[in-house]
Design a protein around this ligand. Structure first.
Ligand code: FUL
Length: 493
């Protein structure tokens, strides 16, 4: 099926407004596990931040023991709006706050413990960091999420059934008092040494049964139906298996978690190496989230001020996470003022600028003609121009029996690029298992990119910048007909 430049432009204009109901041919059958509505919204976020901020910021520690006095929490110039606006400039779509880290100090005036902001000098004991951050996020159009450590080194009852009620009560307070929450983060670091109300001992819990996770997750779903629940084993979003911000290649959105010993899995008890790539045709739709800190540690330490990742390093992490179908959860720890430190702000701003500059111009849109080897039922609502309309709802697809296909983009004059981006229509599942991109150089096709998983977003960085007037996309492996929403060519200079 060939579209000339003129008919392509006309088709793109009229078809942009087409809804699914305007398709004359039935849509492809979905393949495998499918994303839920909260998972779909989450996968469009791509970049968001962690704020690790608590008493550790003032004690220069990464893990507080649980006996620190609330009096230590005294940021001198805490400004949630300033923090959120810096994050926003970096392209962030959301912010997850460490409402309670392992030391048990709560950043909101909880009813469950005296170890909270209400007994700190912050705003004379009348402050609520969770409120200020969630409201600043809402004001500036970022989503808000909560980290509430399951491990609590301060609680006397940690390791006993009573603690589970306290933990759930804390989650309940956070999910009912602060507006919509997009993500609830359950850490896999669970159990060990701690203060435990003065016992000062080591407590090891049964990771599989102690927390009764199913009931906690059910409560969370009831209280915040739009939120995704994160842990080593989901149930909505999985840990990528490392804290470097790097997803596997491939990285499948589907996953069947397996415990460290090969048995059932739970938070803190999972075969980490398998989480990095997920499971092709896995049991659950459970895409990966890549968490990493802009500094060596998760909390702010003055000694690390010279070791803040540069904008270009963040860009590489973006390619290695979002660009592999996962998400980029970048931690930016506020300092003792309660602000994002200057080196971090500078790097974030530079990163945001790079992403905006690179991805604002899809060079594939300059194609004069686009030729697909097959279009589903010859219905133009599934035509290849749907790859360029900036809509995730529309897509190019083929007849059911056609599982490999080719699209050739011809350009009126050469384009120069070094990045290829593709997006599958994940509403129909993760379908593609192999693709390649070729360019026409010196009268022959030359392969410049190759990959396996695509999913919600796949960015391939070419080893060299190429200049060409013809580009060919090949779908080389797909168990069913492909359904692709976007194809893009970009230049990182
Ligand atoms: C880990 C924690 O132990 C770190 O302190 C940090 O919160 C990181 C995001 O998760 O498991």
């Amino acid at each position: 099926m060939i579209l000339s430049r003129r008919s392509f432009v006309a088709a793109a204009t009229t078809l942009r407004t087409l809804s699914a109901s305007a398709r004359n041919v039935a849509a492809p059958q979905p393949y495998g596990p499918l994303p839920s509505a909260p998972q779909l919204h989450w996968s469009e976020m791509e970049i968001y931040n962690f704020l690790h901020f608590t008493i550790n910021t003032f004690t220069d520690k990464e893990w507080g023991y649980g006996d620190e006095s609330p009096a230590l929490f005294k940021p001198t110039a805490f400004d949630a709006d300033a923090i959120v606006s810096t994050l926003k400039e970096s392209g962030s779509k959301g912010v997850i706050l460490t409402c309670k880290h392992h030391d048990g100090f709560c950043l909101w005036p909880t009813k469950t413990t005296e170890r909270s902001v209400k007994n700190s000098p912050f705003r004379n004991g009348r402050g609520d960091v969770v409120k200020e951050v969630s409201e600043a996020a809402q004001r500036q159009g970022l989503k808000f999420g909560v980290y509430v450590s399951p491990w609590d080194r301060s609680q006397a009852s940690y390791g006993h059934p009573e603690y589970i009620q306290i933990y759930r009560q804390q989650i309940r307070e956070l999910l009912t008092g602060y507006g919509p929450v997009f993500e609830i983060w359950h850490d896999g670091a669970n159990g060990g040494d701690g203060f435990y109300g003065g016992a000062r001992e080591r407590r090891i819990i049964d990771k599989l049964h102690y927390y009764d996770w199913d009931n906690t997750w059910k409560m969370e779903r009831d209280l915040q139906p739009g939120a995704v629940r994160f842990s080593d084993v989901g149930p909505d979003i999985r840990w990528v298996g490392n804290e470097k911000g790097i997803a596997g290649d491939p990285c499948w959105a589907t996953y069947t978690p397996v415990g460290a010993d090969g048995g059932p899995a739970s938070p803190g008890n999972v075969k980490e190496s398998e989480a990095t790539s997920g499971t092709r045709n896995g049991k659950f739709w459970m895409p990966a989230e890549c968490d990493v800190s802009i500094r060596p540690g998760w909390f702010w330490h003055e000694a690390e001020n010279a070791r803040v990742k540069t904008s270009r390093e963040l860009l590489t992490l973006f390619y290695d996470s979002t660009g592999r179908g996962a998400s980029f959860l970048l931690n930016v720890p506020p300092d003792r003022r309660g602000l994002i430190d200057e080196p971090d702000s500078e790097s974030l701003r530079g990163f945001g600028k790079l992403v905006r500059e690179i991805f604002s111009r899809n060079l594939a849109k300059q194609a004069g003609s686009i030729v697909a080897s097959n279009i589903r039922g010859n219905d133009m609502a599934y035509g290849p121009h749907m790859l360029l309309d900036d809509s995730l709802d529309t897509y190019w697809s083929t007849d059911d029996r056609v599982t490999t296909a080719v699209i050739v983009f011809d350009f009126p004059s050469s384009v120069t690029f070094n990045l290829v981006r593709m997006r599958e229509n994940i509403r129909l599942g993760q379908r593609i298992g192999g693709f390649a991109v070729d360019t026409w150089i010196d009268s022959a096709w030359r392969q410049v990119a190759v990959g396996t998983s695509v999913g919600s977003c796949r960015i391939v960085r070419l080893s060299n910048t190429v200049r060409t007037a013809r580009v060919r996309l090949r779908i080389t492996e797909c168990p069913v007909c492909p359904a692709v929403s976007e194809f893009g060519l970009f230049l990182e200079s």
